[in-house]
Each structure stands twice: as structure tokens, then as C-alpha cells.
Design a protein around this ligand. Structure first.
Ligand SMILES: Nc1nc(=O)c(N)c(NC[C@H](O)[C@H](O)[C@H](O)COP(=O)(O)O)[nH]1
Ligand SMILES: [Zn+2]
Length: 167
């Protein structure tokens, strides 16, 4: 296989480490990857883009910005076999009420209307600290988007994710 999932998840963790720790969210890192070539198309971490932004959201909006497109049209510039690697599974509900990343991923479509992001590689499930159990993976699978757990980095990912939380 062209891509090394563990190495890419490690790169996503490197992104998460750049996120400013806060008690009200998790520090997460994400990458958009062309699975045909292994090329990293975009990277992001929680709060990187101004506002109360999530890592996955930053990946999408930064790439859209590079093409002068709104985030919801970024699928038009994604290769057909794109994956998102995120250290924590995409949110399905946000206490702030902002659009969850599961919905952002699902709405990302190519020009012919197909899902642009075919796979979601995740490092850990979302801890039930802010919202109940995250049912996002079911919703993604219902939309034909495969969710795959990349094992091995759980400890480090959670340590970084909760850096801003009271011990
Ligand atoms: N996958 C993921 N990527 C992120 O970048 C991030 N911060 C979270 N965090 C999930 C958590 O459920 C929400 O951070 C809280 O529900 C608070 O919601 P806001 O973030 O303020 O909208 N999850
Ligand atoms: Zn999110």
C-alpha cells in the first residue's frame, strides 16, 4: 500500500501538539491525504484558523482558502481518493453549537456530487467529557464514508488532547 497509516497519524499528532491547550475542548490534529499518492494536501490543528475551530475544520478551510473557495466547496479541488487522518474521531455535536466536523466531512463533495472524502482514519474515540457518546462514525458509515482506527498512539494522543484539562 502506498501510504503508511501509522506515520500519517504520527504527523497528525505533531499537528495536535501545536494546539493551544484549553479546558473547553480537545487539542486535535488532522491531515487531508491523497490515498493514491500519499501526498498530504492540508494539515490543521484545533484553533489554528481564527475562531473556535476544530482541526478537521482547519484542514478543510485552509485548503479551500488556498483555492479562494468557501469551505463547503473544497471537495471540488480534492482528488477522488481523499482521506482525512484525525487524532480524535470527528465531532458529531459541539457544545458551542458550531457545525460538527462529521457534517463538514459529509457535505464535502466533488463536482459530480460524490463524497470527496472516502475514508476517515482516527487515532482515538472522543472521550465522553463534553458531549455524550460520539455517534459520528455511524453517521459517516451511513454516508458511505469508511472509518478506520489506526492503533498505537492512543496514550500520546489523549495526553496532548487533554493538556488543557484540570488534572
Ligand atoms: N475531533 C475533534 N477535533 C477538534 O479539534 C476538537 N476540538 C474536538 N472537540 C470535541 C468536543 O466535543 C468539543 O470541543 C466540545 O463539545 C466543545 O465544543 P466547541 O469545540 O467549543 O465547539 N474534537
Ligand atoms: Zn469537530
Amino acid at each position: 500500500e502506498v501510504v503508511d497509516h501509522r506515520a500519517l497519524m504520527q504527523e497528525a499528532l505533531q499537528e495536535a501538539m501545536q494546539s493551544p491547550p484549553k479546558p473547553s475542548n480537545f487539542c486535535v490534529g488532522a491531515l487531508l491525504v491523497d490515498l493514491e499518492t500519499g501526498e498530504v494536501l492540508s494539515r490543521g490543528y484545533t484553533l489554528e484558523v481564527e475562531g473556535n475551530t476544530h482541526a478537521e475544520q482547519c484542514c478543510l478551510s485552509k485548503l479551500a482558502q488556498a483555492y479562494d473557495l468557501p469551505e463547503e466547496r473544497v471537495g471540488e479541488v480534492l482528488p477522488p481518493n481523499t482521506a482525512i487522518y484525525t487524532t480524535m474521531e470527528p465531532c458529531n455535536m459541539r457544545l458551542s453549537g458550531s457545525l460538527p466536523c462529521v457534517d463538514r466531512i459529509i457535505r464535502t463533495r466533488t463536482k459530480d456530487g460524490a463524497a470527496a472524502i472516502k475514508k476517515v482514519y482516527l487515532g482515538v474515540k472522543e472521550p465522553e467529557k463534553f458531549v455524550g457518546e460520539n455517534q459520528g462514525r455511524t453517521k459517516l458509515e451511513e454516508h458511505g464514508i469508511e472509518c478506520i482506527h489506526v492503533p498505537g498512539l492512543e496514550g500520546e494522543i489523549l495526553k496532548v488532547a487533554t493538556a488543557g484539562h484540570r488534572k
